[in-house]
Structure formats: C-alpha cells, structure tokens
Design a protein around this ligand. Structure first.
Ligand code: AKB
Length: 314
C-alpha cells in the first residue's frame, strides 16, 4: 500500500484530495500537512503541522511515516501572485524545490499541479496543444513553467517519478479557492444561494477552462497510478472538461435559480490575466497516454454545486 504525504493539504485541492486519497489507500496511509493547524484534516488520519519551506522538518515527516508518494499542493494563486510576486516565487518555487530534493533523496513519486496559467498571450488560444509556446505574463505562470521544466529535469537527470497535470479553474462546494483568477466560477454559486445576485470581476466574454473537483481528484490518482511505460509526457498534461465565459455560466445558474441576476465590476488585474490564458485546452495526450476522460460538464456540475451548497446551508 502507498504511503502518501500531502503538502499544503489545507487549501482548495488538498482538503478534498486528503479525503479522496484516504478513501482509496486507507486513512492511516495518507498524511495531511499544512502550515496552519487543522482539526478536520486530522480527524480521520494523521496530520502534521509543516511549513514546506522548512526542508529539515519536511524531510523528517517523510522519514517518520516512510512516505513513498508526495502531493505538493503549496502555491499562491495567480491574482495574489501579482500583488506580491517576489513572495509568490519564494513560496511556489521554494516548496517545489524542497519537494523535488526530498523526493530524490527518499525515492518518492511526486505530483505537483501545473495550470492553464502556464500559458500566455502568444500561446494558441483555442484547443491549445499539449506542446506549444509557453510565455506566461504572470509570476504564477512563470513559476508553473519553471515547475514543469524542473519536474522533467528531475525525472531525466535523477530518475524521480515526477508527474503533473495543468489544472483549469477548479470548482468545488467544500473549500473556497483564494486569490485565483477563476475563483468567480465558484463564488457565483455561493452568491446565487445566499443572495440571488453576483457581481463578477471577470468580463462577460472571456473563455477559460474549468473543471469540477471530482474530475480533478480522479485525474490526480489516475495519473499517479498510470503505467509509466505509456507516458510520453510527464510535466505536465493538458486536461479539460468544460470551457465557458461568465455570460455562459450566468445563463446556466439562471436556469436553476429563478430571479438570479449578475452584474460586472471588472478587476483589471484579473481581466488581463484571464485574457492572457487559453480559451480551451486540447487534452488528447492525457486521453491517449493514461486514459483521461472527464465525467462532469457545465450542466451537471452546476446542478450538483447548487444542491451541495444548499445542503450545507440547511
Ligand atoms: C488561478 O485562477 O490562479 C487558478 C488556476 C487556473 O491555476 N485557479
């Protein structure tokens, strides 16, 4: 049985990935860690307080639990990164370098998410290919491209089993994202239930790829379980399931929440980031190399999100 460490488990992906991995590999075999104390993450399995920039403490936890697989989820997201770019580099790359070195020294497999943010304005916008121009204009994107290159370097140079996907905006009903450009696609559902109206910070016409969390969690596990001999790529795979604009998701929410209204107060930083990213990714390589296939689309995701948020409020 795998012995897994999740670093940065308190965030949007980590809080759900912890539960998901524990349901597959057993509670005791999945150690959640975060720099903030969390009662919830420690309820079913082990939890460790860890600042991923502290390499000695990080390595200590890996050896204490005899870890063989690491999920490094530590990251400041795109909009926050533009406010504090130096700090974003320090955290995002610092946590990644420690993860790579600790994985190398302890013979661990390592998953680190990349993002649609790894692309930039010169990337082909529609059906963005797996291998293409990557000149991002955000510090978040610069960190993601660096992370992809370092992941491949550690694989070819040291044989570390590094794997990664380029996540779109992730939509989930459990933990709110923070500091991302795609956060509006989560906030819209909470506001629809709470007040029946939403002010959107992203312009009505900007397409971005999005994904419902259950598909994203499955992608992590399926990629890490994939037969390595079939992987032509590693860091990092395009994956996709739905692409929409604020206008399109608004129309979907209106169908489910009668009387829902949306207006706009565009955040110029989010606008310029969103306009620099692809409209939609081509995920053929993920489909061919490890069988990736999404299960959720805009219609099924929207209905489920609203139902789950209403249940939480009841
Ligand atoms: C963000 O908006 O920064 C993230 C991402 C797409 O990587 N959700």
């Amino acid at each position: 049985m795998k012995k897994i460490l999740i670093v940065g488990a308190g965030g949007q992906i980590g809080s759900e990935l912890t539960t998901y991995l524990r349901s597959i590999y057993g509670d005791a075999n999945v150690v959640a860690s975060d720099m903030r104390e969390s009662k919830a993450l420690g309820e079913a399995g082990p939890f460790e307080l860890l600042d991923a920039l502290d390499a000695k403490a990080y390595a200590g936890i890996v050896s204490k639990y005899k870890i063989d697989s690491i999920f490094n989820l530590v990251a400041l997201l795109s909009a926050t990164g533009e406010k504090i770019p130096q700090k974003a580099w320090e955290i995002n790359i610092g946590a990644l370098m420690n993860s790579l070195e600790i994985a190398r020294e302890n013979n661990c497999a390592l998953f680190t998410p990349s993002s649609i943010g790894a692309f930039g304005p010169s990337t082909p916008k529609d059906k963005t290919p797996q291998d293409t121009l990557m000149r991002p204009t955000t510090i978040y994107g610069v960190c993601k491209v660096t992370g992809e290159l370092l992941g491949d370097y550690y694989h070819t140079r040291f044989g570390v089993d590094t794997r990664s996907v380029r996540f779109p905006g992730l939509i989930s009903s459990l933990t709110l994202p923070g500091g991302g450009t795609t956060d509006y696609a989560v906030e819209i559902f909470y506001e629809a239930v709470k007040s029946g109206k939403f002010t959107c910070p992203v312009p009505s016409d900007v397409y971005m790829d999005m994904m419902y969390m259950p598909d994203a969690l499955r992608a992590c596990v399926e990629l890490m379980e994939a037969d390595p001999s079939k992987l032509v790529h590693r860091n990092s795979f395009n994956i996709a399931s739905m692409s929409f604009t604020p206008e399109i998701i608004c129309a979907e929410v209106k169908k489910l929440v009668p009387g829902f209204t949306m207006d706009y107060n565009v955040d110029p930083v989010k606008e310029s980031i969103a306009r620099s990213w692809p409209n939609s990714l081509d995920d053929t390589c993920a489909r061919e190399e490890w069988g990736w296939a999404p299960k959720w689309d805009l219609t099924s995701m929207s209905a489920d999100m609203l139902e789950k948020i209403k249940e939480k409020k009841a």
